[in-house]
Design a protein around this ligand. Sequence first.
Ligand SMILES: [Zn+2]
Length: 405
Amino acid sequence: MDRMNLQEHVRTLAMLPETDEPVVSCYATLEDRRLREPNLVDEQIQAIRAGLTGKALQALEEALQPVLAFLTLGLSSDAKGAAVFSRAGKEPFFLTLRFRVPLPNWIVVDTTPRIYHLVELKDTYEQYVVMLATKGSIRIFEMNVGTATERLSAALPELRKDSGRKHPKERYQRQMKERERRFIKESIQVQEQILANKKHSHLILAGHPTMTARVHAELPASLLTSLAGVVRASDSDVVQATIDAFIKAEEEESQTIARKLAEQISSGDLGVGGTAACFEALKRDQADTLVLLKAYTPGQFRVCRACNSIAPEAGRILTCPECGCEKSTYLDIKEQMVRLAEQQLCAVEVVNESEFLAQVGGVGCLLRYRLAHKSGRGRASVSEFAGKQSESQNGFGGSRSRTAA
Ligand SMILES: [Zn+2]
């Protein structure tokens, strides 16, 4: 599974139309073609069955059956994690995903698939390309969570030593340098093609410092923007050395987004913080990037059926504070936010640590446009053209496939 496929599957799951039938979402850690903790998975299934009878139980069993069959028979040897989504009934749905990284053991039943774990994985599952430049050779690898696929292996052409006649030393060195330069340039062209075709967002330059410096000097602007790091590495440690550099670059990227969010929120500009404000922004399709702290666990929220406003379940207020309605449903608000974000092609960034994010409640949104506040509390209208301007200014709209409303 590569990142592009994962992105497509996440979107399919986010867009799956809701019906009355239950959707089973199952995540598991695997080991040697088996569940690593079969008892834990069994216990969770029993717990889900426990409260159900009659038609509801039957609907659950029908959705569960193919999941259990897959977990018994469908596991390949190199998979360390699996995710399965299943719905029976009139609009059946079944999707299995296998990963080379473990996933938490978790089974849950709802009317929509639970996708947060996949979204978090997508954030770090990114592929990258390594250019390994050592003395005399340049090799290009595609890295996909720890496995390397070699795409190019080229050795620096040696100057033919003419028999009997020696090259004058300087001329030989000059020719050598020129050939090396041409060789580097040709390798860079291959590298450019690979990055353009595969939409890898990161390039890591690895190898002997003398060579990486020479390659670096020849990199065109298009590749410099993708460059996530330059590391010293040899054939034997290239995987580990570049993974470390990649993870570091990923985390730096997260921190940059978290800082940007802090700036935007503090200045009251294109940012909001906290569960309720972010949920509102996502409902309005106003969010550009949803930024979540990895430890963010808001739990269940009560959603008013009349006006859609939300309140924490812990509040235990039976009437809606906004409209007074007494009917409400309960939502796993984090899942719901991630689902809205994926539906709207809004970027999702998971940040390992951020003091600022923790202070604003573990979640924030960078916005595509500002709401122009009118006199009434909480009532607002979209300020004209603000979206387009801000999107090009903040630079986060680049990968979006649509323009601001
Ligand atoms: Zn209400």
